[in-house]
Ligand binder design. Sequence first.
Ligand code: ASP
Ligand code: MG
Length: 451
Amino acid sequence: MRPRLVMKFGGTSLATAEAMQRVAEHVIYEDRPKLVIVSAVGGVTDLLLEAAYAACAKTAAEPFVIEIRKRHFEIVDKLSIDSQVIAQLDQELDRLLTGISMLGELSPRTRDALVSLGERISARLFAATLQKRNHSARAYDSWELGLTTNDVHACAEPRPECLGEISQAISAIEDGLTPVVTGFIGRSPTGEITTLGRGGSDFSAALFGLAAEVEEIQIWTDVQGILRADPRVVPGAEVIPMIRFEEAAELAYFGAKVLHPRTIEPARRKNIPVRVLGTFQVDPKDPTPIWEQGTLIDDRAPSEPVRALALQRQVESLHVHSMRMLEAPGFLSRVFEILARRRISVDVIATSEVSISMTFDRTEGDLNAAIEEISTFAEVEREPNRSILCLVGSGLREDAGLLSRIFDILSQNQVPVYVISQGASRINITLVTDPAHALNGMRALYQELFG
Ligand code: ASP
Ligand code: MG
């Protein structure tokens, strides 16, 4: 076969029998040859991990296992699927958990093997759902179609050679069949199951799309598309009709959880447009063509001054100040070497001749130890309670007047700005403010820029 598109469905799109039916309609309604990528049934990946940790600590894994089975077998029952299609994998769950509990140890290898059951079961359930509706389909574990990775468990890298292998494997599939392929998982050269990192099914979709050189990669999810702002902050925030790859990448990193950040790179390499669509918002029977719905990520997106806003409510910031920094080569590298060693990743940074300001996600690394070390050669000021407001848009590069407009809006709304950083790509402006003003700042900017 030669698929013309990849359709990827996330966990919430596959959480119940009704959701699976809905997804089946989207797949059947689409008449181009396609390859389907699936996540685990909604919530199952988390439950598998909980079960694994519980088994390892020798506390009761049973409630998690019961819940996993309930979710899978409710779909089996309601859709009258032959339970044999998942029986073997379901037993594997018991086998692996028994092993973990007996050893009292959870190796990354076993953890990946266990968590892979989520995608492997959902692919079988969904292929069976399609077959029930007389649509020719077959479930594949991703490695059956050539997806191999290195052996770094929990965040494996696909091997570069695998693109050619995937492409060959797909072309050997008979015409008229819809392959339903597991997202998120792969296999190392020695045959161990690996995973691509949480949320990694989007990345799988992009890899298969790249290998098959499809005309579009569709990411079907539980929201309508990529929004201009977080709707919990700005109720009724608009869906972005088109957005460029570099902008989508900035947004993905800045907390718009719609798309896994690693999805962008493979798609962009061959300029394959990525469309984000809402499984429950798009009506398969609605005559509105799919190309007028959701968000299209494509470099042909017309320039807009600002495409979207993003917010990180809680971050820490650090100001490092030292007169010794003046014309001192190596000062920055010294500071960043300490942060790297303490496993702290810096999100936003601004520097002057004698100071550096930066922000971090507060959950990572050993900040106290890093501060102690830096304090031996510089003054360090720590501010644990900060927020980041981020504006993304390729127009920021082109419109010099825009910056002053943004700062006018912020000052009219009494939003303090402590640090300003404009990324090297110059398509984002990041402002550090405080949590008390961040929400209002975001709403005011939205109102003025898109309202
Ligand atoms: N099921 C995996 C997760 O929950 C992968 C994915 O859904 O993309 O992280
Ligand atoms: Mg996801």
